[in-house]
Write a protein that binds this ligand. Structure first.
Ligand code: HEM
Length: 429
């Protein structure tokens, strides 16, 4: 495992540190593990150097138009993190040391697979996200939120991340994957351990803990798959997917692990970032109290100004000219969605939090193109339901300590939000 870490993270980590010191803003941003409090100054530095910045390591962009066009351009495919412009000997080490676990950021998880396999995985998993399925999940979101609010009211020292923001998406993912209630603690653990895998150059211990977490997830998901194959009856679309021979065991477990990572570790940050932004802007919160119809747009603005997923990457299969630059086949292009969502050419005064912003929904927080977020509709429902219920139930809510970030680069959120809730207000049914 150590040699795999060295090839995937250890050597890139040393390289990033050197290039960051030499003044490369992209390397500076990626090398801020554990200190990722404010990525935006790095992104503004990238913006100041033009729509596409080229360094030895990769291209990078925070330009909204360039990010959107690349995400929608079929000449650009996924960037496989196990290939990532690494020299051949390192790629050989990575190939030899594959532990074969359900890893949400390595193939065959659909987010790192190109068509035609991508199309097959996405169509299969989409059965859990049809409008009818989303309607049913929406009802569950309301029920689970109400239970969590009741539990919060009884807690003496609630942490709004652990006791609220993390619990809702976790229960909903368990529902989608047809996992029993006693798996909830494991889901939290896997999500937490696995999320640093979206960063580049993570420390050895973090990597080791992430892989240990994946081992647990892999075991449970394999069992799930084989029980369904053995004929376990269920009307859950995800279980039926295992039963009907559409996917192999590895395809099934990798895409289930992706749903855990993509559905849980992102939505917890949407809710947590929203709580902090609204507490920092009491005028906007007051407006939401008077005009609750503004909640959906407020959630779009939260997604825009503090995007839970800060970046993705793409690699062209042929030479491509973009924004006056020539990108060679096989190059890596880092797309900083968090920066694109603050592009002043698209969003006036982009650093201002404004829940009435008319084009807030033009953000790229859910990506775009063939890999656009499969759970966007669900995430929006979760964000609106959770934030509205929390602030309506506890109008005097305030934090009892300064919030601190999780210290990840790609997934942007808070580690804990200790709070005092104040008196609970009865919310009319
Ligand atoms: C605020 C919450 C969320 C955010 C910000 C978010 C963001 C994203 C982004 C940016 C991508 C595209 C990645 C890329 O192009 O490389 C993506 C893909 C994906 N998301 Fe989400 N996501 C959220 C919630 C969810 C939820 C709730 C689910 C499911 C339960 C989900 C499932 C997926 C899946 C399966 C993909 C891969 C789609 C594909 O490759 O075709 N996401 N998400």
């Amino acid at each position: 495992m150590w040699s795999r870490w060295l090839a995937l993270h250890g050597i890139p980590r040393a390289f990033l540190a050197v290039t960051a010191r030499a003044g490369d803003p992209m390397a500076g941003l990626l090398a801020t593990h554990g200190r990722g409090d404010d990525p935006y100054p790095f992104m503004e530095e990238i913006r100041a150097r033009g729509p596409l910045l080229h360094k030895r390591f990769a291209w990078s962009t925070v330009d909204h138009g360039v990010c959107r066009d690349i995400l929608r351009d079929r000449r650009f495919g996924i960037t496989d993190p196990t290939q990532l412009g690494l020299p051949a000997p390192l790629r050989a080490v990575i190939a030899r040391t594959d532990p074969g676990l359900a890893n949400p950021v390595e193939p065959p998880a659909m987010v790192v697979v190109d068509p035609p396999d991508h199309t097959r995985y996405r169509q299969s998993v989409s059965q859990s996200f049809t409008p009818r399925a989303i309607d049913r999940l929406g009802t569950r979101v309301t029920e689970v939120t109400a239970t969590l609010i009741d539990r919060l009211a009884d807690a003496s020292r609630p942490d709004l991340i652990a006791d609220f923001a993390a619990r809702l998406p976790m229960e909903i993912i368990a529902e989608i994957l047809d996992l029993p209630a006693d798996s909830h603690r494991d889901l939290l653990e896997w999500g937490h351990c696995g999320s640093p895998l979206l960063d580049i150059g993570i420390p050895w211990r973090t990597y080791r803990d992430a892989i240990d977490g994946l081992r647990g997830a892999d075991r449970t998901l394999q069992e799930r798959f084989h029980r369904a194959r053995a004929g376990e009856a269920s009307d859950n679309p995800f279980t039926r997917l295992a039963a009907d021979n559409t996917l192999t065991a590895r395809e099934f477990t990798a895409n289930a692990a992706l749903l855990i990572g993509a559905g849980f570790e992102t939505t917890v940050n949407l809710i947590g970032n929203g709580i902090v932004l609204l507490l920092q802007h009491p005028d906007q919160l007051a407006r939401l109290r008077d005009e609750p119809d503004l909640w959906p747009n407020a959630v779009e603005e939260i997604l825009r100004i503090d995007s839970p997923v800060q970046m993705t990457a793409r690699t062209p299969s042929c030479d491509v000219d973009v924004a006056g630059q020539h990108i060679a086949a096989g190059d890596t292009v880092a797309l900083f969605l968090g920066g694109a969502n603050r592009d002043p050419q698209v969003f006036a005064e982009p650093a201002r939090f404004d829940i009435t912003r008319s084009n807030a929904r033009d953000h790229l927080a859910f990506g775009s193109g063939v890999h656009a977020c499969l759970g966007a509709a669900l995430a929006r429902i979760e964000g609106v339901t959770a934030l509205r219920a929390l602030f309506e139930a506890f109008p005097d809510l305030h934090l009892t300590a300064a919030p601190h970030r999780r210290g990840l680069v790609n997934l942007r959120g808070f580690a804990a939000l200790p709070a005092q809730l104040g008196t609970r207000r009865a919310v009319p049914a």
